[in-house]
Design a protein around this ligand. Structure first.
Ligand code: ADP
Ligand code: MG
Length: 253
């Protein structure tokens, strides 16, 4: 099975604070991994390391068999240039808790921005593809709306379309529904469920247990910078072994 993500003993420090401690995992092509864990356990930091918003201090992350941030020549690691890192970063699409849309651009303009400016796609092609993506997230009728005229759930769906427009190999979601009013959570999860069924490789940090149980092929639970439990969702969520995970689950159910 081809792996899209392979993290090997990833360690990350913020000054003296040890934020990630020997985090290792693999995500195969077409798989959905859900990461659970209490606030401050290192979930966002780990996603940020995968897409190179943060630098790993020890260990390594391979995306589709390419080591993030380095080139291997002979027996040595050579740091990549900013430009090479920018190219690697295109392999991952990220959706944040806050939607981060450009406020002065319409939904459609938000979606074609990356393809036109970064991938240098012709505007007509990019627009056609963006319209298809907006359709996929149920927003073709909002293509010309500005973010402020959209609900939180709609903005988040535009953010998903915008990330998909770059055709990443891997989608990272960092608590994509945590900032939403409850009535909008469902529409965003529905889009993510569809992506999962279509075979999109995804890593999702979420507290949505129902989503994790239904969609995840693996679940990992992080605490204090470590993975302390991992497995199939039915095992992990229904029968957690670790007391910290038991507490966490009973607190949010
Ligand atoms: P989670 O997403 O699981 O809530 P984070 O990955 O955001 O956790 O943070 C893990 C720990 O690392 C927290 O204690 C946080 O305060 C710390 N941390 C995260 N980013 C930074 C940073 N840029 N500088 C210093 N500490 C940070
Ligand atoms: Mg976080």
């Amino acid at each position: 099975m081809r792996n899209i993500v392979r993290a090997v003993e990833v360690n990350k420090y913020f000054d003296n604070f040890h934020a990630l401690k020997d985090v290792s995992l693999e995500v195969n092509y077409g798989e959905v991994m859900c990461i659970l864990g209490p606030s401050g356990s290192g979930k966002s930091t780990f996603l940020r390391c995968i897409n190179q918003l943060e630098k790993v201090d020890r260990g390594g992350i391979w995306i589709d068999n390419e080591l993030a941030g380095y080139r291997i020549a002979g027996n040595k690691l050579h740091p990549l240039s900013d430009r090479q890192i920018a190219r690697q970063r295109l392999q991952t699409g990220m959706v944040f808790q806050r939607f981060n849309l450009f406020p002065h651009k319409t939904a459609l303009e938000n979606v074609i921005e990356g393809p036109c400016r970064v991938l240098l796609r012709p505007k007509r092609e990019a627009t056609e593809e963006a319209m298809a993506l907006l359709e996929r997230v149920g927003l073709s009728n909002k293509a010309h709306a500005y973010p402020q005229a959209l609900s939180g759930g709609q903005q988040q769906r535009v953010a998903i379309a915008r990330a998909l427009a770059m055709k990443p190999k891997l989608m990272l979601f960092d608590e994509p529904t945590s900032a939403l009013d409850p009535e909008m959570v469902g529409e965003v999860l529905a889009v993510m469920r569809t992506l999962a069924k279509e075979g999109t490789t995804m890593i999702v940090v979420t507290h949505e247990m129902g989503f994790a149980r239904e969609v995840a092929s693996q679940v990992v639970f992080m605490d204090e910078g470590r993975i302390i439990e991992r497995g199939a969702p039915e095992d992990i969520l229904l029968n957690p072994q670790n007391p910290r995970m038991q507490n966490f689950i009973s607190a949010i159910l």
